[in-house]
Design a protein around this ligand. Structure first.
Ligand code: DP6
Length: 335
C-alpha cells in the first residue's frame, strides 16, 4: 500500500537576511527576516510512503542520494512526520529542481518546503500552513518562508518585549503588493563550497561583527517591511542591498567569502545602472549569484545590460509568486 503526494514550491530570496541561529533546538533564527517567494524557479517533490520499503529513499534530480547529507536531512524531516502520524512506514522521495542545486539559489528553501508539504499530505495529516512552515524551518529555516507566497516574514531573535521568538513564518503582503522583478544572475552551475549552516556557525563563532549584525537586523527588517507596505520600491531596494552587504561583511570577517569576482563585477554594474538613472538594486545569498531587483518596466533593459557582464552565464527572470502547493495526491495498491 502506498500513499503519495506531490508538491511544488518556489525558492525565496531574502530582502532582509537571516544569518545566525538562536541557541537551543528548533533551528530558530537569531534575527527576523523578510523574503519574496519567486515564481520562475521551482522544486517538484513526490513523497510516497510505501510498506515494502526498508529504508527511506531519495532521488534528487534523477540521481540516487544514498547515505548523503541531503538524504539524512530528508529522513530527519520524515521522522518528525512519522512521529506525528504514528507510523514507521518508510518513504520514497523524488525531487527535481529546474535550477542549479545547492549553489546559493535557495534550493534548500524550495526543497524542504516542497518536501514538508508533500510528506505531511502523504502521511494524511491535516496541518495548517503554519504547521508545515514550522516543520520546514527545522530542516532549513529559509524553507519556512517558501511555504507561503508573496512577501513573507520569519521571526527570529527576541520580540521587543524580550520574549524569545518561536521562529514563526507568515505572509505580510501578496505577490502584487509592489511592482518587482528579480533578475537572478547565474555565475556558476556548481554547488557552493560552504553551506549556509556552516557559514552561519563560523560567523557566530568567530566574526567580530556578529553582535553588531544581530543588534542591527530587527530595525533593518522593520524598515524593509515598512518600505514594502508603503509601496516604496527605491527604499525597499536600498534597504535590501544594505541588509545583504551587512550580512556578507559580517561573514567575511569570519573568513567566509561567498562572492566571487563575477559577483563583484555584477554588483558594480548594478550600481552603474543606478547612477545612470535605472533604479536597480542588488542582493546576494550564500553563493556567488547576484539577484538584481528592478521594476518590471526596467527588467528588459537591465537584463540586456547585465547579460553582457563578464562572468554572467545566464539570467533567470523571476517575479513574486505563490507558496507551496499540492499538485497530486492519492493512495495506491502494492508497488
Ligand atoms: C543567506 O535557511 O539555508 O540565504 O537554516 O541552516 O538551513 P539553515 O540555513 P538557510 O540559510 C539561508 C541564508 C541566506 C539568507 C536568507 O535566506 O535569509
Amino acid at each position: 500500500m502506498t500513499r503519495s503526494a506531490t508538491a511544488i514550491a518556489h525558492p525565496n530570496i531574502a530582502l532582509a537576511k537571516y544569518w545566525g541561529k538562536r541557541a537551543g533546538d528548533g533551528n530558530i533564527p537569531a534575527v527576523p527576516s523578510l523574503s519574496v517567494t519567486l515564481a520562475g524557479m521551482s522544486t517538484t517533490t513526490t513523497v510516497s510512503f510505501d510498506d515494502t520499503l526498508v529504508d527511506d529513499e531519495l532521488e534528487l534530480n534523477g540521481a540516487h542520494a544514498e547515505s548523503s547529507r541531503p538524504k539524512v536531512r530528508a529522513s530527519q524531516l520524515l521522522d518528525r512526520v512519522r512521529a506525528a502520524a504514528h507510523t514507521t512506514t518508510r518513504a520514497r522521495i523524488v525531487s527535481v529542481n529546474d535550477f542549479p542545486t545547492a549553489s546559493g539559489l535557495a534550493s534548500s528553501a524550495s526543497g524542504f518546503a516542497a518536501l514538508a508539504l508533500a510528506a505531511v499530505r502523504a502521511a494524511g495529516l491535516d496541518w495548517s500552513a503554519e504547521q508545515v512552515a514550522d516543520l520546514a524551518r527545522r530542516s532549513s529555516a529559509s524553507a519556512a518562508r517558501s511555504v507561503f507566497g508573496g512577501f513573507v516574514e520569519l521571526d527570529g531573535g527576541d520580540a521587543p518585549d524580550g520574549t524569545p521568538s518561536l521562529g514563526g513564518a507568515r505572509p505580510v503582503a501578496g505577490p502584487t503588493a509592489i511592482d518587482l522583478r528579480v533578475l537572478v544572475c547565474v555565475t556558476t552551475e556548481d554547488a557552493k563550497a560552504t553551506s549556509s549552516t556552516d557559514g552561519m556557525r563560523l560567523t557566530q563563532q568567530t566574526s567580530p561583527y556578529y553582535p553588531a549584525w544581530v543588534a542591527d537586523a530587527p530595525a533593518s527588517q522593520r524598515a524593509i517591511r515598512e518600505a514594502l507596505l508603503a509601496g516604496d520600491f527605491v527604499r525597499l531596494g536600498e534597504l535590501s542591498e544594505r541588509s545583504a552587504l551587512a550580512m556578507h561583511a559580517c561573514a567575511m570577517a569570519a573568513g567566509i567569502v561567498y562572492m566571487t569576482g563575477a559577483t563583484l563585477s555584477v554588483l558594480e554594474h548594478v550600481r552603474a545602472l543606478r547612477s545612470a538613472g535605472l533604479p536597480a538594486f542588488a542582493t546576494v545569498d550564500a553563493g556567488p549569484h547576484l539577484k538584481c531587483l528592478v521594476r518590471s518596466g526596467d527588467a528588459a533593459a537591465a537584463r540586456e545590460s547585465l547579460e553582457r557582464v563578464p562572468g554572467v552565464l545566464r539570467i533567470i527572470d523571476t517575479s513574486p509568486g505563490e507558496g507551496a502547493r499540492i499538485v497530486a495526491a492519492g493512495a495506491g495498491g502494492a508497488t
